[in-house]
Design a protein around this ligand. Sequence first.
Ligand SMILES: [Zn+2]
Ligand SMILES: [Zn+2]
Length: 255
Amino acid sequence: MGTAGARFVVSKQLRSSAGTWCFFQGKHILIDPGPGTLKSCFLDFPVLNPEDLDAVILTHRHLDHSTDVNVIIEAMTQGTFNKRGYLFAPSDALEGFEPVVFQHVRQAVENLQLLKEKGSYSIDNLYFETPFRHNHSAETYGLKFILDQTCISFVVDTLFSDDLIKHYSGTDLLVMNVMLVEPLSCKEIKHLDLESATKLIDGIQPRMAVMTHFGLSMLEHEPELLARELSDKTGVKVVAAADGLTIELKKDLFS
Ligand SMILES: [Zn+2]
Ligand SMILES: [Zn+2]
């Protein structure tokens, strides 16, 4: 639903900071409900009803990924009165100083699981893995969904390393949080840039790659143009996500 990455893009709402809604094998999953996610569900047509959700996944606790998690779970569980659904989150989103999911909200979730390195999880018949801990300023895991004949990976916030290629190999649809055009000198900002996105695509060779989670520099350089350049360079279909972009696996990935 949203494509905002850096805090200024989020705080100025230059792009929506809503999360990603997936419908895989009959399951509705919401990944990283950032600010405005609940509102965005009802702006979509047809409406995405949070009561239909089977699971909410937080890849990490940063505000652009977690602000709406409590209201979304409240909606998923019909005001916390109907205990149901899954919540997956790293331990530092749930424990210690300032957990981002309130206790009374967690209690409405039927199945709460901690994300861990080399984790494998199931939402009934739907499987996903968290191959390794990303190099980011909070405990962060990317997601690798193993569908019947398709592998879909979300390489969320992280600094680049060759390990990413190793762990996300075999991916058909590669969704990458590419916040930067150029790497920053500030060591605290641990995000992918265009060069690292190129290395990921070259190394993984997916059928299709999607860039999202844009910072200011990406927006200034027009993500659609950058995606076209990346397609030409790598020979892989690369798309720059726009707010509300829908990808249909059959149509967009296999046609
Ligand atoms: Zn982020
Ligand atoms: Zn982050």
